[in-house]
Design a protein. Structure first.
Length: 277
């Protein structure tokens, strides 16, 4: 065989090898692209509505005895998933990534449901659904402690969950009223509740429904001497520049649930009797 023929064959082999490599890479990329569309909306994972949340935050989202994530938020987002013909998949992630919009922007999830208050600052980086829950803050103290107001905590330690509107409210009150209180931030609700139970802090502030749930499961341990009507409303969050059809679907599902009584049923199960209108 001549050198020319040998070179031609080598070039042919090289061309075939390159082509196969390209096909393999393309196939690999295809496997990694797990996004899909359902009900006319784009989703980050085919057949799933992926929800970012931060556990634990009962009664809105927490794990039951079997390890399954359940709660008020979970039940409402399940309705959205059913509307789209998919199932909900929950991702537990730090609250900061949810609040900043990073988790949604990077495709970690389609929607965030984390008992999250709608605020003007958060609207700058997130698209919120219509409000689905009216929230208030509460002062929580161990049973028997003579603490009724924030002013009674002079020289004492007060716990809050970091990066929340509860923390923001407390720090504003301390500053505006020149209160001598050491505000201690905890990374999650469980850490804050543990600190209160073990006497590391004298009191705590957080969302009232969350602490009501704690009281129900820990009778006689703590009381709520006062609440703070901060006018907060929870909303589900989506990517700021995301698919508008997904936001529209979420709002339609919430509206329908309120109309047909499904919302009231879910509320009663996870929160308790609805307050009078």
């Amino acid at each position: 065989m001549t050198a020319t023929h040998t070179g031609a064959r080598r070039n042919l082999h090289r061309t075939v090898a390159v082509a196969l490599t390209v096909l393999a890479v393309a196939a690999g990329c295809a496997k990694e692209d797990t996004g899909g569309s359902a009900g006319g909306v784009d989703l980050v994972r085919a057949g799933k509505l992926v929800t970012c949340t931060h556990l634990p935050y009962p009664p809105f989202q927490s794990k039951d005895a079997s390890g399954k994530v359940v709660g008020f938020d979970v039940a409402l987002v399940d309705l959205v998933a059913a509307k789209l013909g998919v199932t909900q998949e929950i991702v537990d992630t730090p609250f900061e990534g949810i609040k900043s919009g990073q988790d949604l922007n990077t495709g970690k999830c389609d929607i965030a449901a984390a008992g999250m208050t709608i605020t003007d600052a958060r609207k700058q980086v997130l698209a919120f659904s219509d409000p689905y829950f009216d929230a208030t803050q509460a002062l929580v103290v161990p049973t028997g402690k003579p603490i009724k107001t924030l002013a009674d905590l002079k020289g004492k330690r007060l716990g809050v969950q970091g990066e929340t509107t509860g923390e923001e409210y407390v720090r504003n009150q301390v500053k505006q009223n020149n209160l001598d209180i050491e505000v201690v931030s905890y990374k999650d609700l469980g850490s804050e509740q543990q600190a209160l139970a073990t006497g590391q802090i004298e009191a705590a502030v957080g969302d009232l429904p969350v602490w009501n749930d704690y009281i129900k499961n820990n009778p006689g341990k703590v009381t709520v001497p006062t609440g703070f009507d901060t006018g907060e409303k929870y909303g589900f969050a989506l990517r700021k520049d995301g698919d508008p059809d997904l936001l529209r679907t979420v709002n339609e599902v919430l509206k329908q649930a309120r109309t047909d009584g499904t919302y009231d049923t879910i509320y009663t199960k996870w929160i308790g009797p609805k307050p009078a209108a």
